[in-house]
Ligand binder design. Structure first.
Ligand code: ARG
Ligand code: ZN
Length: 466
């Protein structure tokens, strides 16, 4: 969530033309001739993800020197071929690759923009499992998203703020960088003594020797690459287990500690409240990373452990926590469906206010609907916003939430909350599309809802009547 959105200010929308990336050769999932192909077929990010295989597991071993900002790393990917692979790609931007093996045999590789193109000695057959090991090093740098935000490995004064939505995972590890392909992760991260490295999932252990500390983290539930983190800083840490058995780990920069404390204290209550609405929390671990990274400008719902660039407000904590169901557990298959993440997390904020002595969702909706037709809120419909700056724009967040509110008004509270819960349950740990959501809403309510969703997600301009 962006800081200005958290404060509910009207964002000034730069109506830049939609990137023409879609026209520049979107690649299908599997090019012919035994080669995997450089993209996953997403028109917003044609080169993100790759064809011909799925990754089951990433084992990332990272050593970061916070002084020189140098990373030394090895990535071991366990994957399954969906076709014979005489050649395949991973996404990796910058950094120097020194060696690649496939099933323990040295493989030929070359760099081509953000593609690491690998030619194994023996081509994995369709259905075969294979192991890829990549040794690499260098100074990771973030990419700049079309909205001007840094994305990926973002150095800070005492470490690095590591967030990857939508493209930045490839700035620090070789990945099949598209949410279509989710995998489990192991992280082994070595940093100078006194610094803490925080990744996703459960802390397996930490050990200090020779002036360095190694942290081992494991996320065993499927995770999209953009939700992985390995944030490093000088953190105060705290660990506890909730009544429901969720392992909480918080890491907070001392400069943010005072402001963060009262908000982080609410996490167990927020998890419980959201579980009551959306169904059981989808992961074993939870927590927060509160960094001091003033140049970032947003927070990210990194799986199990959202990452904040400064002490969050409670509404931001509610938002990022709601993403654990909507976005992290139920993932996108295509970036154009981004409202399934952001509209839902925003609506969770409205519901939280409504049920905690704040404005009703109806009141929040009405205040937005009152904005004139010239307002940025109506600049484009959220159902297929286009890549570029629009992907995280106000229409995706606010009008996306308005679409859910309209659904609620059309089907009534009982069916609406059944729909939300069913969505999180049926697609738990997997994926969902807008079309599937519309179908589910129609099934659960017995109502025709195509018109409503068309109006709120796809029709240009301010909808006529709410
Ligand atoms: N998904 C994040 C949220 O909670 C926003 C990420 C924005 N990222 C960016 N590169 N602008 O709303
Ligand atoms: Zn969000």
């Amino acid at each position: 969530l962006r800081r200005q959105q958290a404060r509910r200010r009207t964002a000034t929308l730069a109506t830049v033309p939609v990137a023409v990336a879609a026209l520049l050769g979107a690649t299908g999932p599997a090019a012919p001739g035994g080669t995997g192909g450089p993209g996953a077929g997403d028109p917003y990010f044609p080169l993100s993800g790759n064809g011909g295989y799925h990754v089951r597991h990433y084992g990332l071993t990272l050593r970061y020197d916070t002084g020189s900002r140098r990373l030394d790393a090895t990535a071991v990917l366990t994957a399954r071929a969906t076709q014979r692979l005489t050649r395949f790609d991973l996404d990796l931007k910058g950094l120097t690759v020194t060696a690649v093996t496939v099933d323990h045999r040295a493989a030929a590789f070359r760099r081509d923009g953000q593609e690491l193109v690998i030619t194994p000695r023996r081509a994995p057959r369709a259905g075969q499992r294979f192991r890829v090991e990549v040794a690499y090093h260098g100074t990771p740098r973030p990419v700049t998203d079309p909205d001007g935000s840094p994305d990926g490995w973002i150095p800070t004064d005492d470490g690095a703020f590591v967030a990857g939505e939508p493209q930045g995972a490839m700035t620090w590890f070789p990945a099949d960088n598209h949410p279509k392909d989710k995998a489990s992760y192991d992280f082994t991260i070595t940093v100078p003594r006194g610094r803490t490295a925080v990744a996703n999932g459960v802390l397996l252990g930490q050990r200090t020797a020779h002036g360095r500390t190694t942290f081992r983290w494991r996320e065993s539930r499927p995770m999209a690459a953009y939700l992985a983190t390995a944030t490093i800083g000088t953190f105060r840490t705290e660990r506890y287990t909730t009544h429901d058995g969720i392992q909480v780990y918080n890491a907070v920069d001392a400069r943010e500690a005072r402001a963060a404390a009262p908000v982080l204290k609410q996490l167990p209550a927020v998890l419980k409240w959201e579980s009551g609405l959306f169904g059981p929390y989808p992961f074993r671990a939870a927590g927060s990373i509160v960094d001091h990274a003033p140049d970032v400008g947003y927070a990210l719902e990194t799986q199990t452990r959202p990452l904040y660039d400064s002490a969050p407000g409670l509404e931001t904590l509610v938002h990022e926590t709601a993403h654990q169901w909507f976005g992290d557990s139920v993932s996108l298959t295509s970036w154009k469906d981004i409202w399934l993440n952001e509209g839902f997390a925003t609506y969770a904020e409205w519901l939280y206010a409504e049920q905690h002595a704040g404005d009703s969702a109806q009141r929040t909706f009405a205040a937005l609907y009152a904005r004139p037709a010239s307002d940025g809120l109506w600049a484009y419909p959220p159902g297929d916003p286009g890549s570029g700056a629009r992907i995280f724009g106000t229409p995706v967040y606010a009008r996306g939430a308005m679409a859910l509110h309209e659904l609620r008004r059309a089907v009534g509270d009982r069916d609406f909350f059944r729909i939300l819960r069913a969505w999180a349950t049926v697609h738990r740990g997997g994926h969902g599309t807008t079309a599937q959501f519309v179908r589910l809403a129609e099934e659960k309510s017995g109502k025709q809802l195509q018109g409503l969703f068309h109006t709120w997600l796809y029709a240009a301009g301010k909808p006529n009547s709410p």
